[in-house]
Design a protein around this ligand. Structure first.
Ligand SMILES: Nc1ncnc2c1ncn2[C@@H]1O[C@H](COP(=O)(O)OP(=O)(O)O)[C@@H](O)[C@H]1O
Ligand SMILES: [Mg+2]
Length: 413
């Protein structure tokens, strides 16, 4: 397949309640820059029910420039492939290359499939919509992912299926699947996993649900010797409709996810300012931060937080990528700072000290932190059963990833 040579990529969007997309505008390189800028189509703006993409109001500039370091406006970058998807595309388009920086952004947009995050797609034409989709079974997708990881060649049909199933972010191998009306993300275990990564995430999802943190339906499947986590998608209506989604990175208008300026209070601030109703948001964000600390999920960067966007308001999505990380000792740092000062120390006591940054009083904050540890203790075995964690994995993870003494000291009984 040829690399895209066109400098124009048309953006199509699903409006509220719609089961088919309409042309919304165009991405183009301008003034010799390699970055892509976006301009709305006049017909789109005039359309009934047209909604602006996040951060790009209709009454803004004609051309909306790229977010620094992201190659295009953040709202569109959120819908383009990440580390894993880029790897798959690179292997197809330029098999001899190892560096995902070898392809331009337009190529990643045009080579990835149409079943992507949120409610936009990228097309070569503004007239006819030609979705890039190809179905395959879970077994086939896993075999294809294995081959990608070992650098092997893929049969044409599997290659296309995997390629089109990777139009979603994240670094871990995964694929998008349709199971009747159910749209799922399948996250694969790999031979290089140092522990049961898939089981740990499933365990965490179960614990989060016990705490009242919204999560989507999850289940474990087995295929070809791999454990697979199947997750219902929160950006699909099940009836062909799609919801727009914005990452934390785009909400905070930051150029990259690891910046110390990104913090839970900053996220809370933006969500509050742009919410239809901010009731309970401070408690919700604080609880998510406390939970990530308590399960040892230090990979809580700004692409692992997101909100729905309806053209006017933001609303936090269910939590996802709740992935505990193995650590050797007690000390660890969260990717996302816990307070306005930029403190990332992975300790519940640090978070409780930051209570005012969440507009919570200290007693309430402490109560939430205690509840988080209590619920994890109480439901650990059930959750580990749900995650199908073998005994040796439970022993490895308990009080090391989940409720590490360094994280819960001074809080847990
Ligand atoms: N349940 C879901 N519904 C819709 N989109 C999701 C869901 N879970 C994750 N995503 C999107 O897919 C991306 C990759 O998923 P994630 O679990 O973060 O994978 P990874 O472990 O590879 O980072 C996320 O950044 C988010 O945009
Ligand atoms: Mg992720």
């Amino acid at each position: 397949m040829a690399t895209t040579t066109s400098d124009q990529v048309y953006v199509w969007a699903w409006l509220r309640g719609a089961t088919a997309p309409v042309p919304a505008g165009v991405l183009e390189r301008r003034g010799g820059s390699t970055d892509l800028s976006f301009r709305y189509g006049e017909r789109y703006k005039a359309r009934e029910g047209a909604l602006p993409l996040y951060g790009m109001p209709f009454d803004g500039p004609t051309w909306h420039g790229a977010t620094e370091n992201l190659g295009m406006p953040g709202a569109l970058r959120d819908a383009s492939p990440d580390a894993w998807g880029r790897r798959v595309i690179l292997q197809r388009v330029k098999p001899s290359s190892e560096d995902t920086g070898d392809l331009d952004e337009a190529t990643y947009l045009m080579q990835s499939g149409s079943n992507r995050l949120g409610a936009v797609d990228f097309q070569a034409s503004s007239r006819a919509y030609a979705p890039r989709i190809e179905s395959a079974t879970l077994d086939e997708l896993l075999r294809a992912a294995d081959l990608i990881e070992s650098g092997g060649a893929l049969p044409e049909h599997l290659e296309r299926a995997l390629l089109y199933g990777t139009a979603i972010g994240g670094a871990r191998p995964k694929a998008l699947l349709a199971d009747g009306d159910r749209q799922v993300i399948a996250k694969f275990s790999t031979s290089t996993d140092a522990y049961d990564v898939v089981g740990a995430e499933a365990t965490s999802i179960h614990l989060a649900s016990k705490l009242g943190i919204p999560v989507t339906r999850a289940s474990i499947a087995h295929s070809l010797g791999h454990k697979v986590l199947l997750l219902d998608r929160f950006d699909r209506g099940g009836d062909g409709t799609r919801r727009m989604v914005v990452s934390g990175l785009t909400m905070l208008r930051l150029p990259e996810q690891w910046l110390p300026s990104g913090s839970y209070p900053a996220l809370l601030d933006t969500l509050t300012r742009e919410a239809a109703s901010a009731k309970g948001l401070n408690r919700a964000v604080f609880t998510r931060a406390a939970f990530n600390i308590a399960i040892g999920n230090t990979d809580d960067h700004l692409r692992n937080h997101a909100a729905f966007w309806d053209g006017t308001h933001l609303k936090l999505t269910p939590a996802y990528d709740l992935s505990p990380v193995l650590r050797t000792g007690e000390a660890a740092a969260q990717a996302l700072a816990l307070d306005w000062k930029g403190n990332r120390d992975s300790r519940l006591s640090t978070l409780v000290d930051a209570a005012p940054d969440y507009r919570l009083d200290r007693e309430t904050a402490r109560g939430i932190a205690e509840e988080v540890t209590d619920v994890i203790r109480e439901h650990w075995q059930d959750a580990a059963d749900f995650g199908e964690l073998p005994q040796a994995q439970r022993a490895l993870m308990w009080e090391r990833m989940f409720l590490n003494p360094g994280s819960v000291r001074g809080i847990a009984g």
